[in-house]
Design a binder for this molecule. Structure first.
Ligand SMILES: [Zn+2]
Length: 413
């Protein structure tokens, strides 16, 4: 799999399509060392910036301004674009903390990073150019690249990514006009993504993870257990670590493959697919549905970008109380995570918990469509729609949301 599409609204004018392409890089020894060093510098910059922000917050209940960040990053040794990106991400993480605080939720500062957690260098605008067999990146020079097919549209961003298998990749995003595909006819469905059953459809269909995936996941757990028993800094530990990385890659591949097939199957059969907006953090967490389950976010991403070209509409709705509300009478029936049944004392409805949720999810979309499409949120509709440039902070936020999309894409791999 070499590419992926994500949609966004560019400048609020018209829908543009952002496609991401992933190509293998073949850096020489020097370039490899250089990029590795820059990951290290990027880690230092993040940690230094975070420490500074924490201190400032402690002393004055304030976060650093953009100018302060720029000042700090001046001597970081990183390309200015990459340094800027580190701070944009830090700024976003700090903003998220404020949002959570305002919403009365827990959640502290972003974390300090170890080098193992820093895997990519992001160029949000410039500092690179793509040629036939080379990717020119400042300051590493021309790196050999293996392209599969051409990049369509205007190239916007570059992410250099080192995977745990120690291979380097370039992820390029490019913007193009959307393809106009006629809307197809067919059933509209809501989908509840769950812990027991991967997905429950509002018409009763259940989608379960295949057995072979469970086998790989168990194997991964075994490898991780092995690793934890090995002595620190020993040769055996290094070997065990590599094994974990290999099994992990296998799990991720198998999972991705299955998620793609599942998404295709749904898109081919239904005209409107309604999902919970798992980005509404806090609410999702309060639900026992942390967005940390990679499977879900990858799945919602895949399904949103595949849908458009298939003439299928994907809608995201607010996830609040979808598993508690009664899908027949609408009254909230509180239940614990382990309760698998929805039993409504008010109207007598008894059904599977996830099915009740899936119906609620569909109903929310239908209701929102009726009432002026207010609550409906299309994938990416929140991106870059900030019109006002009067306040600098707003502009940052708007561009940061675009960053978020790009980093979300990068995470797909
Ligand atoms: Zn009821």
């Amino acid at each position: 799999m070499n590419r992926v599409k994500v949609y966004k609204k560019a400048n609020g004018k018209k829908n543009m399509v952002i496609r991401a392409y992933k190509f293998r890089l073949y850096p020489n020894k020097e370039q490899r060392k250089g990029m590795q060093t820059h990951l290290w510098l990027s880690k230092n910059l993040w940690n230094g910036g975070l420490e500074f922000a924490k201190q400032l917050y402690k002393d004055y209940e304030k976060f650093p301004t953009r100018q302060t960040y720029q000042e700090i990053s001046k001597n970081s040794g990183l390309h200015s674009q990459v340094a800027q990106d580190v701070f944009i991400r830090l700024h976003m993480a700090l903003k998220a903390k404020i949002r959570r605080k305002k919403a009365g939720l827990k959640g502290g500062f972003p974390r300090f990073k170890s080098i193992d957690r820093v895997k990519s260098l992001h160029y949000p605008q410039s500092g690179f150019s793509l040629k036939e067999r080379k990717l020119k990146v400042s300051p590493f020079g021309e790196i050999n690249i293996k392209k599969h097919g051409e990049v369509e549209g205007t190239i916007k961003t570059l992410t250099l990514k080192r995977e745990s298998s120690d291979k380097w990749y370039a992820i390029l995003t490019a913007e193009t006009e959307p393809i106009n595909v006629p809307r197809k006819e067919g059933e509209q469905i809501g989908i509840d993504l769950g812990l027991m059953t991967f997905a429950t459809v509002s018409n009763g269909e259940q989608i379960k993870k295949p057995k072979h995936m469970k086998i790989y996941e168990d194997r991964l757990a075994d490898a991780q257990r092995d690793l934890s028993k090995k002595k620190l800094r020993s040769m055996n530990r290094r070997k065990a670590k590599l094994k974990v990385a290999r099994v992990y890659a296998k799990v991720a591949d198998t999972r991705k493959d299955w998620l793609h097939k599942t998404a295709n199957s749904l898109i081919s059969r239904y005209s409107v697919i309604v999902l919970e907006d798992l980005d509404v953090q806090g609410i999702a967490e309060e639900h026992g549905k942390g967005v940390n389950d990679a499977g879900w976010s990858i799945f919602t991403n895949i399904i949103s970008y595949k849908a458009e070209s298939a003439g299928c509409e994907v809608v995201f709705v607010n996830p609040k109380n979808t598993s508690k509300d009664c899908s027949r009478c609408g009254i909230c029936v509180p239940k614990e995570l382990w309760e698998r049944q929805h039993g409504c004392p008010f109207c007598g409805l008894i059904m599977d918990r996830d099915l009740n949720a899936a119906i609620n999810i569909l109903n929310r979309c239908l209701k929102a469509k009726l009432s002026d499409r207010q609550e409906t949120k299309f994938p990416g509709a929140t991106v870059g729609t900030t019109e006002s440039n009067a306040c600098e902070d707003e502009t940052i936020v708007s561009s940061m949301k675009q960053e978020a999309i790009t980093s979300a894409q990068a995470k797909l791999w």
